[in-house]
Each structure stands twice: as structure tokens, then as C-alpha cells.
Design a binder for this molecule. Structure first.
Ligand code: B12
Ligand code: SF4
Length: 362
């Protein structure tokens, strides 16, 4: 049977950057793996951070690498694989992943596809660098079509969402999958216990934890954020029933007690959030929820506030703070934030000060 190996790279981060070192089990790859497996292909995940989360080494002067080193990764490459996929979250890990891809091709002669948020905006760098395929946006449909075509010897240059060495012009956008029919992430393929042993992740935890995604995309258009570009400003979410089923699966199969919601914009549809919270309350699963990625402040309606308190929500005023700093008057109402604080919700502001190649804002 055709085997696909999916690689979540080691963590690369600036030395001393605590935020960049937060471990999080690779839900994107676990979701892709579940989808590919459901379509009848054999799949495994090589989680380079998760396999060795305490091994840290200096990497190119300013950075550190946490997880497996390149040689250790090469030793674990599945030589039976017909395709290897590498997930690239941000620019931090981009050159590490490009070297990895080229090493895999040179040593094992297996085609490599890259995907993830960083690839969606920078796919040309990877194709120029010598990678075979890059997926733009969501991975499920493009990856499965690519795998099917490769295993049947079909044409691989006209797949929506996929660019290749042979055809690097922007492809037709891929068809988004129906959220509610997506299988639960294949957590059986990820060394979750190694993450639990660290007792550190994106939100405070006390026991076994896992991330969850309940929606994809965001209709807002914050200038510094890649989500509008990746999602085309379209938002779609799981039904409350589907979210609760996934929580039940996490509890029953893995004994999960803490779940953190990593959506781009969890609270855009307050009716959905309230229906979910009511259903969850009825099920009484004993799971604690957090929203460490934040909530767009303007999406919190008064009827959402009591539920937000229950969820351990963290209201993000990212865009709004920028607005104040730049005095551009984009309509942020500071009283909203103050109003939330009176309910006892602690507010945390994320600030974007500067990125490589941009002007210093503040
Ligand atoms: C959790 C998270 C973190 C956590 C944990 C990260 C980790 N260790 O994995 C922490 C807090 C540490 C973090 C840090 C950073 N993050 Co972050 N993070 C997220 C967040 C909120 C959720 C990721 C997630 O689980 N997504 C859900 C899954 C289902 O989606 P996915 O992984 O993207 O996978 C899908 C597709 O991308 C694709 N895909 C992914 N991999 C592959 C591989 C193949 C082969 C294929 C075919 C497809 C494919 O298919 C998947 C299913 O459709 C996202 C925003 C978001 N909601 O996605 C930002 C996000 C990924 N982070 C971002 C950034 C910028 C950062 C930082 C650079 C911030 C900073 N300045 O420090 C650091 C970098 C850290 C590092 N050292 O590399 C940006 C990336 C922007 C970009 N590259 O264009 C995002 C998109 C936020 C944003 N909207 O701007 N992050
Ligand atoms: S609200 Fe959040 S996810 Fe949406 S565009 Fe702004 S920063 Fe990105």
C-alpha cells in the first residue's frame, strides 16, 4: 500500500524568545493524516519536536533548535514512502525545512510536498529551492488529489491548490472541505505523552491536554495578519454538535482534561458559540477550555460575556492597539475593553512592534 509520511519539523526560535518556544501538538498534520487515512492510504507522522522535546541546540548563531537534529530526522525517514509532506508554520523554520526537503530528495529520492501558513505566502521560494510540490491554503483536498494522482501515474500539474516545479504559477484555489465531515485529528500518530510531560503549552494546563480547531478563516483584514490572505476572508465553522463530539473523543480515547481552542476567529458567530457552550454544559465532560489565541474584541456581544468567562477566554485587541498607536481611527472602541474588564475578564494585549523588512511602528 502507498505510504505517506508527514513531518512536523523541530522548533526553531530566537534564543530567549519564550513565546516562540511554546510547544503545541501538530493539529494541522494530525488532521491531514486522519483525512488521508480515511481515503485509504497508509500514513505516519514524524513529529521532530515531539519525539525529542528536551533536546536543544544552537542553530545559526541567533537561533536555537529544539527537537531532532537533521541526521536524526534522516534516520527516521520512511523509505517506503511514496511522498513526504513537511509542515511549515512560520518563517522561523523555513530554511531548516528547505534543507530537510533537499536532503530527503538527495538521499532517498522521494518527492516532497510542503504546506502550512508560511508556504501559502512564500511557495515560490520552495519551488525555486528545489522542492517538488507546494500546497497553498488548506491541505486536505490538494494533498489527497496529489497522492491519488501520484499513485495512479496521473497528471500532477493541474491540481487546484498545488504548485509544482513544472507549473509554479498560482493554481486555481482548492475546494474547501465540508468542516463537519472532517475526521477527528489522528492523535494516535503523535507522541502526545511527551507534550504532557512538559506541562507547558499555549495555555495553562494541569493534566493531559490537546488543541482543537472549531473553525477556519476570518472575515477581518488586519494588515499584519496572514489569515485574510490564506482564507480569502471567508469563515466557516464546525457545528456545535461536531465540536462536542470531538471533545468527547479526546476525553474517551486520550483522557484529555484541558483543551485549547486555536481558531483564527472563534467568536465571530455568537449563536454558534452559545449553542456550543449550552450543549457542552449539558454533557458535563469535565474538560477545561481556553482560548489562548485570543478573541477579536469586537466579536464579543453582551450575551457572549457569561460564556466567555466560563471558557477562560482571552480577549485579543491586537488590531485595535495598533490602531491607537498609529492614530488611524479605525473605529476601535476602548470602552469595549474596559467593559469586559468590569466582568472580571483579564485582558491581554498582543502588540506587533516590528517584523523583518517592515517599518518600526512604535
Ligand atoms: C498555535 C499557534 C502557535 C503556537 C504553537 C505553534 C507550534 N509549536 O506549533 C505558538 C504560540 C508557539 C506560535 C508561535 C508563532 N506563530 Co503561530 N499560530 C498558531 C495558530 C494560532 C494555530 C495553529 C494551528 O493549530 N492551526 C490549525 C491547523 C488545522 O492549521 P494548519 O496548521 O495551518 O494546517 C493546515 C494548512 O496550513 C495545511 N498544512 C499545514 N501543514 C501542511 C503540510 C503539508 C505537507 C500540506 C500539504 C498542507 C499543510 O493543511 C492543514 C489543514 O488544512 C496559528 C493561527 C491558526 N489558527 O492557524 C498561528 C500562526 C500559524 N502563527 C503565526 C506566527 C507568525 C507565529 C510566530 C512567528 C509569532 C511570533 N512572531 O513569534 C511564532 C513562531 C514560532 C516558531 N518558533 O516557529 C502565523 C503564521 C503566519 C505565516 N507564516 O504566514 C499564524 C497563521 C497566525 C497569523 N494569523 O498570523 N503559534
Ligand atoms: S481578527 Fe485576528 S485572525 Fe482576523 S485578520 Fe485580525 S488578527 Fe487575523
Amino acid at each position: 500500500m502507498s505510504v505517506i509520511q508527514l513531518i512536523s519539523p523541530s522548533m526553531i526560535t530566537y534564543r530567549g524568545d519564550i513565546f516562540g518556544m511554546i510547544p503545541s501538538p501538530p493539529i494541522g498534520l494530525a488532521s491531514l493524516a486522519a483525512y488521508v487515512r480515511e481515503k485509504g492510504f497508509e500514513v505516519n507522522i514524524l513529529d521532530c519536536f515531539g519525539e525529542s522535546p528536551c533536546a536543544s541546540r544552537e542553530y545559526r548563531k541567533e537561533f536555537i533548535r529544539i527537537g531532532l537534529g537533521e541526521e536524526e530526522i534522516f534516520e527516521r525517514i520512511d523509505r517506503e514512502a511514496m511522498l513526504i509532506g513537511i509542515s511549515i508554520h512560520s518563517g522561523m523554520v523555513a530554511s531548516f525545512c528547505l534543507n530537510l526537503a533537499l536532503g530527503i530528495k538527495k538521499r532517498f529520492n522521494i518527492p516532497v510536498v510542503v504546506g502550512g501558513p508560511h508556504v501559502s505566502g512564500n511557495y515560490k521560494d520552495f519551488l525555486k529551492g528545489g522542492v517538488d510540490f507546494a500546497v497553498i491554503g488548506e491541505g486536505e483536498t490538494p494533498l489527497i488529489v496529489l497522492v491519488q494522482r501520484l499513485s495512479s501515474g496521473g497528471v500532477v500539474t493541474d491540481i487546484p491548490g498545488v504548485v509544482s516545479k513544472e507549473r509554479s504559477s498560482k493554481p486555481a484555489p482548492n475546494t474547501p472541505v465540508d468542516m463537519d465531515v472532517l475526521p477527528f485529528p489522528a492523535w494516535d500518530l503523535v507522541p502526545l505523552a511527551n507534550y504532557w510531560a512538559l506541562k507547558m503549552t499555549h495555555a495553562p494546563v494541569s493534566g493531559r491536554f490537546a488543541p482543537i480547531i472549531t473553525s477556519r478563516g476570518c472575515p477581518f483584514n488586519c494588515s499584519f495578519c496572514s489569515t485574510p490572505f490564506i482564507s480569502n476572508r471567508k469563515w466557516r465553522g464546525y457545528s456545535p454538535r461536531r465540536i462536542v463530539s470531538e471533545l468527547e473523543y479526546l476525553k474517551e480515547q486520550f483522557g484529555i482534561e484541558d483543551v485549547f481552542i486555536q481558531d483564527d476567529n472563534f467568536s465571530i458567530n455568537s449563536e454558534r458559540v452559545i449553542a456550543f457552550c449550552e450543549l457542552l454544559e449539558r454533557k458535563n465532560l469535565g474538560i477545561r477550555l481556553s482560548l489562548p489565541s485570543g478573541i477579536r474584541l469586537e466579536t464579543i456581544s453582551p450575551e457572549l460575556v457569561p460564556w466567555a468567562i466560563g471558557i477562560n477566554a482571552c480577549a485579543s485587541v491586537t488590531a485595535s492597539i495598533l490602531t491607537i498607536i498609529m492614530a488611524m481611527g479605525l473605529g476601535f472602541d476602548a470602552t469595549l475593553a474596559i467593559g469586559l474588564a468590569t466582568y472580571g475578564i483579564a485582558l491581554l494585549c498582543f502588540m506587533l512592534i516590528k517584523n523583518e523588512g517592515t517599518e518600526l511602528l512604535a
